[in-house]
Design a protein around this ligand. Structure first.
Ligand code: SF4
Length: 405
C-alpha cells in the first residue's frame, strides 16, 4: 500500500503495472500528499505514466448514478437488474476487467443470453481466428530473453505501444539480434509477409525477392531460435491473414530448427476475459450462451456491428482500467461499470475499482501462460467488477423468478 502521508510511495515494494499486457513488476508507485495523480517510480514508461495520471493518491469518492442522479449501490444494482431482466438480447461490451471480473461476468452472460465482446474485439479476433484455423507456435518473454538469437518485429518497432518490451527481452535498440520487418516500397504488410513465407519455404518468387527480404530469409534460416513479434493492434482489416503467414514462417523454420511467434495484444483485460470465457465455455469472446446453445460468431457478434445493426436491446459496458469513450448507443438502456471519470447522464453508472490501483486482482501476461497477481496502491472504497456483477446476477435471477430483489 502506498504511504500517501509521507509521500514516499511504495518504492521498495514492487508494483505490477496493469496498463499493458507486459505486466512489468519491478517498479514502484509514488502517491505524494497533494500530488494531482499517482506517479511511476523507477521507470519513465510513457504508457504507465499516462495510466497512473488517471488516478489520484486519494481514494476515489465517486457515487453510483441513475440517469445522472447519485444513488445508492443497491438502487443502481436494482435498476441495472431491471434493464437486464427485461432485455431479450443484451450486449456485454468493453469487458475491461480482470480474471475475477470475467469469472463473474460469464454466469451473468449465461443467465441473460448476452453476446460478449471486448472493446478490442476486432484486433483480438485476428489472433483468435488464426489460432482456430492453423494453430501456432508461441513462446514466453523469458524464453525470448534467454534463448532467442533473432527477434523480428513485424510491421514496426513495438516500443511505441509496448515501451518496455525490448527491455523485458534483454534487447537494446541497436542489438544485432533485432530486425524490424517493414513493407518494401510498393508493397503492403500482407504482401511482404507472404513473400517472406514463400521464400522461407524455398519457393520461387516471381520477379525475385527484395534484397532486404532475401537477407532476412537467410538470417531466419541461420538462427537457432528466431522469434517473430507482431502487434495485433497495428494489423489492418483481415489481419488474421498476416498472422497466418507469420505462423507459416515459424512452422517452416521449426522443421529443422527452433522458432516461435509472440503476439503483443490483449491489454486492459482483453486477454484475461477471452481466456476465462474460453476455459469456462470452450469458446472465445464474440459468443453467446442462448436458447440455441453456445454460438460463436467472430464477425456477426462484433459489438460495433451489433450496435450499428440495432441487433441488441440493452448494453452492459465494463471498463475498469481506463476512462474510455462509450460507444454510441442511442435509445438503448445502458449500464456502465467503469472508471469514475466515465459517469454518464443516461442509464445506470456504477464506478468500480481498478485492479492494481484500488484493489487486488489477476491478469494474464502477454505470453498467455502466466497469471500475474495485482495489488492495490491506494485504499479504494469502490467495489470491484466481480462484486458488482455477482450481486447483479443474484438480482437478475430474482427478478426472473418473480421475486423482489
Ligand atoms: S511497458 Fe506496459 S506493463 Fe511495463 S510499465 Fe509500461 S505500461 Fe506498464
Amino acid at each position: 500500500m502506498t504511504d500517501s502521508d509521507s509521500g514516499s510511495g511504495v518504492g521498495a515494494a514492487p508494483w505490477t503495472c496493469p496498463f499493458c499486457p507486459l505486466l512489468c513488476d519491478t517498479f514502484g508507485v509514488t502517491a505524494a500528499a497533494g500530488a494531482p495523480s499517482l506517479a511511476l517510480q523507477g521507470s519513465d514508461c510513457r504508457r504507465a505514466g499516462a495510466g497512473l495520471a488517471q488516478f489520484t493518491p486519494q481514494p476515489a469518492a465517486a457515487s453510483p448514478q441513475r440517469d445522472g442522479q447519485a444513488c445508492s449501490l443497491e438502487a443502481a444494482i436494482d435498476a441495472a437488474a431491471a434493464i437486464l431482466a427485461a432485455s431479450r438480447q443484451p450486449l456485454f461490451g468493453g469487458l475491461g476487467t480482470d480474471v475475477a471480473g470475467a469469472r463473474a461476468l460469464y454466469p451473468l452472460a449465461c443467465e441473460t443470453g448476452a453476446i460478449c465482446d471486448s472493446a478490442q474485439g476486432d484486433v483480438l479476433m485476428h489472433g483468435v481466428r488464426a489460432l482456430q484455423d492453423r494453430g501456432r507456435f508461441s513462446t514466453t518473454l523469458a524464453e525470448v530473453h534467454e534463448r532467442a538469437d533473432l527477434v523480428v518485429c513485424v510491421g514496426a518497432d513495438p516500443s511505441e505501444r509496448y515501451p518496455l518490451f525490448l527491455e523485458r527481452c534483454g534487447i537494446a535498440p541497436a542489438d544485432p539480434r533485432l530486425a524490424i520487418l517493414v513493407p518494401a516500397e510498393g508493397q503492403d504488410l500482407f504482401d511482404t509477409v507472404a513473400l517472406l513465407a514463400a521464400a522461407v519455404e524455398g519457393r520461387a518468387v516471381q520477379g525475385g525477392l527484395p534484397p532486404a527480404l532475401a537477407a532476412l530469409c537467410e538470417r531466419l534460416h541461420a538462427a537457432r531460435y528466431a522469434v517473430l513479434v507482431y502487434e495485433t493492434g497495428r494489423l489492418p482489416a483481415h489481419g488474421a491473414l498476416i498472422i497466418e503467414a507469420i505462423n507459416r514462417v515459424v512452422a517452416t523454420l521449426n522443421r529443422r530448427t527452433r522458432a516461435a511467434a509472440l503476439a503483443l495484444a490483449g491489454g486492459e483485460g482483453a486477454s484475461a476475459v477471452n481466456d476465462v470465457f474460453t476455459w469456462l465455455s470452450g469458446l472465445p469472446l464474440r459468443s453467446r450462451a442462448g436458447p440455441a446453445g453456445l454460438e460463436h460468431e467472430p464477425l456477426r457478434f462484433g459489438a460495433p456491428r451489433l450496435l450499428a445493426d440495432h441487433a441488441v436491446d440493452a448494453v452492459l459496458w465494463v471498463s475498469s482500467f481506463v476512462a474510455q469513450p462509450l460507444p454510441a448507443a442511442p435509445g438503448l438502456p445502458r449500464i456502465v461499470l467503469g472508471h469514475p471519470a466515465m459517469a454518464t447522464d443516461d442509464g445506470v453508472f456504477i464506478p468500480v475499482s481498478t485492479p492494481g490501483i484500488g484493489s487486488a486482482g489477476h491478469l494474464f501476461r502477454v505470453d498467455g501462460l502466466v497469471v500475474v497477481p495485482l495489488r492495490p496502491v491506494v485504499a479504494d472504497p469502490l467495489p470491484t467488477v466481480a462484486e458488482v456483477v455477482q450481486r447483479l446476477t443474484v438480482a437478475v435471477r430474482a427478478r426472473r423468478q418473480g421475486v423482489a430483489a
